[in-house]
Design a protein around this ligand. Structure first.
Ligand code: FAD
Length: 325
């Protein structure tokens, strides 16, 4: 059964986020011979056509209004609604990112669509699309199917393998104008002040080195930053570390922070409270470094190192330096 699939490209600083390419891989899988359309918003949208085509878009719909250069709920809502009405897709995917989480429920409610959020797996079973998503803060997984109507899902970053780029693959490009009157926008982004570390985006990082209250101070994060930067990863934190003022809340991972699924999560001086595990326990490999051999983090760790993080982390960095030299 062929389907027409629409993917909303998630863009940050004028660049495509990985989750957009992962969504295209899921789209290609469920299209089953149908067509895949990617929609991309902003005055730079045309620059992003090639990577979208190379990762599986048959058609790219560019909405080049400059009002869409920065995300606002009202602007994106107007544009995405128009795109959906224009394409009339059978399936819609967005990333389970700040943008997708804000926009999707609003679109679903206004257009009377169902929505499955935070999907970690997309499969085809007997011709139906089956979505897997975590429940109970990641302790269990549930499978969902749509009985009828447009299928609409937000996909968690780092869970669906993005396909290899097929260089030279081309897509049809269509430009769509959307009327975004100034009085429609109830918020205007005047400036973006980045609080998290520069470089790798925490929610899409393949490697995360995370610090807890055990780092003891803002300076205590320095060895973690050095290791993360060497490995091309990002620095995260427990709420204990954020509450103690050692780092910004933008780094917080857990139930009330970011949910991450990196290939490698190195937890340093983090006890492993249930609320922290809710944000990282689905990481592919977990390494825990803690002085206390009874710390609950060891129950979810694939590799545990009982020791002082201020000795262990620099040793790891030295060893990785030798390996990477
Ligand atoms: P601690 O529990 O104090 O652990 C510090 C650890 O460091 C200890 O295990 C200690 O043995 C170890 N240590 C100390 N010194 C060293 C050293 N030199 N070397 C190695 N190890 C050392 N927490 C989150 O993280 N994310 C959330 O999103 C979150 N949401 C919450 C929501 C609610 C509603 C509530 C009630 C709580 C939430 N919490 C959250 C808080 C959570 O319950 C814990 O309090 C918090 O995770 C503890 O942080 P921690 O592990 O850094 O600190």
């Amino acid at each position: 059964m062929s389907r027409n699939v629409l993917v909303l490209a998630d863009v940050r600083d004028g660049k495509l986020r990985n989750v957009s390419l992962e969504s295209l891989a899921a789209a290609r899988k469920v299209a089953e011979g149908g067509s895949v359309t990617a929609a991309v918003f902003g005055s730079f949208a045309k620059d992003l056509v090639d990577p979208l085509a190379e990762h599986g878009a048959d058609k790219v719909l560019v909405v080049t209004n400059h009002e869409l250069d920065q995300y606002t709920t009202d602007g994106y809502f107007a544009a995405f609604k128009k795109v959906i009405e224009h394409i009339n897709p059978d399936v819609i995917f967005t990333g389970h990112t700040a943008v997708g989480k804000d926009l999707s429920p609003r679109i679903a409610a206004r257009l009377g669509l169902g929505l499955v959020s935070d999907v970690t797996r997309v499969e085809l079973e007997e011709g139906r699309i089956v979505f897997t998503r975590p429940i109970y803060a990641g302790k269990a997984f549930v499978k969902k199917v749509f009985k009828e109507g447009t299928v609409f899902a937000t996909l968690r970053p780092n869970n669906i393998e993005k396909g290899e780029a097929d260089s030279g693959r081309k897509a049809n490009v269509e430009e769509l104008r959307v009327d975004v009157p100034a009085d429609l926008l109830r918020t205007i982004v005047k400036d973006v002040v980045k609080k998290s570390t520069d470089g790798v985006d925490l929610s899409e990082a393949r490697i995360i080195v995370s610090g807890g209250r055990g780092v003891k101070s803002a300076d205590g994060f320095k060895p973690l930053e050095e290791l993360a930067s060497l490995l091309g990863g990002a620095v995260g934190a427990s709420r204990g570390a954020c509450d103690s003022g050692y780092c910004d809340y933008a780094l917080q991972i857990g139930q009330t922070g970011k949910v991450v699924t990196p290939d490698l999560y190195i937890a340093c001086g983090i006890s492993g409270a249930i609320q922290h595990l809710a944000g990282m326990s689905n990481s592919k490999v977990i390494v825990a470094i803690n002085k206390d051999p009874e710390a609950p983090i060891f129950q979810v760790a694939d590799y545990g190192i009982v020791g002082d993080l201020f000795e262990v982390v620099p040793l790891l960095t030295e060893e990785f330096k030798k390996l990477l030299a």
